[in-house]
Design a protein around this ligand. Structure first.
Ligand code: TRP
Length: 329
């Protein structure tokens, strides 16, 4: 069976962009693949972060994943820092990681643009990501488009390591991306990709009131200045959300009422809010229950880390043996 690995940053509560773009897909994939999902807290310390809340944010992401349907009996769900082999393989991979390519990564350039002093961790972020994936010899990685460059880098690491240390028969696979159907979800500002830090999204666990408060002022087709201006759903970012949350009948109705100015944008947003509230209600309920039992959640994550480690230690010994380390068997 193919093995998939994916990671999510410990941002606290997940948002609908995470859900549409990744999590929902993982939930479906866990039925067919040997699935490993990791909350990547080691990656989170590459940029300034709040120490006091890292632990809670990590647990909350895990809760969001479980509430959305990741089944920890089926998939392996764990926290990256609980499996020290990630950091160790990361180091071993630095021996084959091309510096020039690290410097050319778009995310590295974006994140460091305004920085006076650049932490080496930001530069090496893709090496750790390669270690995450290859530690489990995963051959499929379900991610959004923005991760394709990092995945290409992972393949490069795999090729270079194999060439250097396993010239006869490759040891590490060259993992392929499994692109999610919703590759890029535009935020409520109608501009950037949805992200919690930009505040242009809806939380997966938001209450009905919070959902409405965020949708109400959201950007729509800029040509619709007044209610009487007809709009074009194809260029309205909220129509895209209708496609994901509303029934086919509502979607068809929105399409007509927008083009004919039968509805104002607020009417359309109300329908979207209703659909979103209904879709997210069961996730929110499960999350509320899980949040009441944080010890139970921590136990699930500890068990996940144990299962992950059973695989990780094997890969690491094999890697070290092939690299010729003293005592490595
Ligand atoms: N870089 C990914 C992101 O920001 C998170 C991540 C870390 C990841 N390790 C991974 C994704 C391994 C897939 C596989 O979304």
């Amino acid at each position: 069976m193919d093995r998939i690995f994916s990671g999510v940053q410990p941002t606290g509560d997940l948002h609908i962009g995470n859900w549409l773009g990744a999590v929902r897909n993982w939930v479906a994939l866990q039925e067919r693949y040997d699935t490993i999902i990791c909350v990547v807290d080691l990656h989170a310390v590459t940029i300034p972060y709040e120490v006091a809340t890292l632990e809670v944010r990590t647990r909350d992401v895990a809760i969001g994943l479980m509430a959305a349907g990741i089944d920890p009996e089926r998939a392996i769900l764990f926290v990256q820092s609980a499996v020290p082999e990630h950091a160790e393989l990361n180091w071993l991979f630095t021996s084959v990681a091309p510096l020039g390519e690290l410097e050319r990564m778009t995310q590295f350039k974006d994140k460091t643009e305004k920085l006076e002093s650049i932490p080496a961790g930001l530069l090496c972020y893709p090496i750790l990501q390669a270690a995450d994936i290859l530690l489990y010899l995963a051959n499929k990685v379900p991610v959004g488009e923005d991760q394709l460059q990092h995945l290409e880098f992972t393949r490069e690491i795999s090729r270079r390591w194999n060439a250097a240390y396993a010239p006869d028969a490759p040891y590490f696979p060259e993992p392929q991306a499994l692109l999610t159907p919703a590759k890029r979800i535009v935020g409520l500002d109608g501009k950037a990709k949805m992200s919690k830090s930009l505040g242009n999204t809806v939380g997966l666990l938001d209450s009905p009131d919070e959902i409405w408060a965020k949708l109400r002022p959201a950007a729509t087709d800029p040509a619709r200045v007044t209610k009487k201006d007809p709009g074009n759903p194809e260029i309205c970012n909220l129509f895209e959300l209708h496609r994901h949350f509303s029934s086919p009948e509502t979607i068809a109705e929105v399409d007509v009422k927008c083009r004919t100015a039968g509805w104002g944008c607020l009417d359309c947003k109300r329908r979207l809010a209703d659909a979103m509230i209904e879709t997210l209600a069961p996730i929110r309920e499960r999350a509320t229950e899980l949040k009441r039992d944080s010890a139970g959640v921590d136990a699930v994550l500890a068990r996940g880390a144990e299962r992950a480690r059973a695989i990780a230690t094997k890969t690491l010994s094999e890697t070290k043996r092939r690299m010729g380390f003293h005592g490595a068997r």
